[in-house]
Design a protein around this ligand. Sequence first.
Ligand SMILES: Nc1ncnc2c1ncn2[C@@H]1O[C@H](COP(=O)(O)OP(=O)(O)OP(=O)(O)O)[C@@H](O)[C@H]1O
Ligand SMILES: [Mg+2]
Length: 236
Amino acid sequence: MVGKGIRIEGLRKRYGEGDTAVDALKNVDMRVEPGEVVGLIGPSGSGKSTLLKCLGAVIDPSGGRMTLGDEVIYDEGWKVRDLRALRRDKIGFVFQAPYLIPFLDVTDNVALLPMLAGVANGEARARALELLTALDVQHRARAMPSQLSGGEQQRVAIARGLVNRPPVILADEPTAPLDSERAMAVIRILNDMARRFETAIIVVTHDEKIIPTFKRIYHIRDGVTHEEAGEGRGFE
Ligand SMILES: Nc1ncnc2c1ncn2[C@@H]1O[C@H](COP(=O)(O)OP(=O)(O)OP(=O)(O)O)[C@@H](O)[C@H]1O
Ligand SMILES: [Mg+2]
């Protein structure tokens, strides 16, 4: 079984081949303990989204090693047969753009994943509503995605990333369209999830308000990571 915590060693990713090849990740080392929220910071084009997509099995790395809990999921090739099940059951993804399903209302956008995982409809909707309430969008629970503001859509997408209580959450600029109060609420919820469910969480962000909340930060530049202590100032 895929357990908790993340370990990445010597991860590489090359897009394309020959003259037009881009080495987006050259040498990435990273670890996230269960219950920990770490920041991932770096300039545009430095490889942040590429790193999250590799770890989330959305794209194939070119080399290196990735471990979730005590299971090696990638070692110079995927070691997991069912990548779709890995994505569905182990990884909560909050993308840079919210990608809601246009023909489902807000509640069902969030409740769909637990329903697919076999949770009864009523229970799935109750879990969805609990998160929507924590993210302060419960009043839009019956609206369609096209009727929401950008920030509301993003909060629904965050609820969807968290609803299955996955052991790993990968959030790519989750607070970009939010005001600072709501951004801080998102960080509070992520820290709360981490503590309650021993989730390992990586948050990509440029948000100056959020960066001081991390205890540990990874900087990435030209596809290479460096670890740094954060301020760990908390988020009240
Ligand atoms: N599908 C792709 N094909 C070719 N090159 C790509 C692809 N996706 C990303 N790249 C390149 O890989 C590098 C890293 O891109 P990535 O999206 O990971 O950056 P990022 O750190 O997330 O940037 P941003 O802060 O702008 O979101 C960039 O040079 C980018 O142009
Ligand atoms: Mg990106």
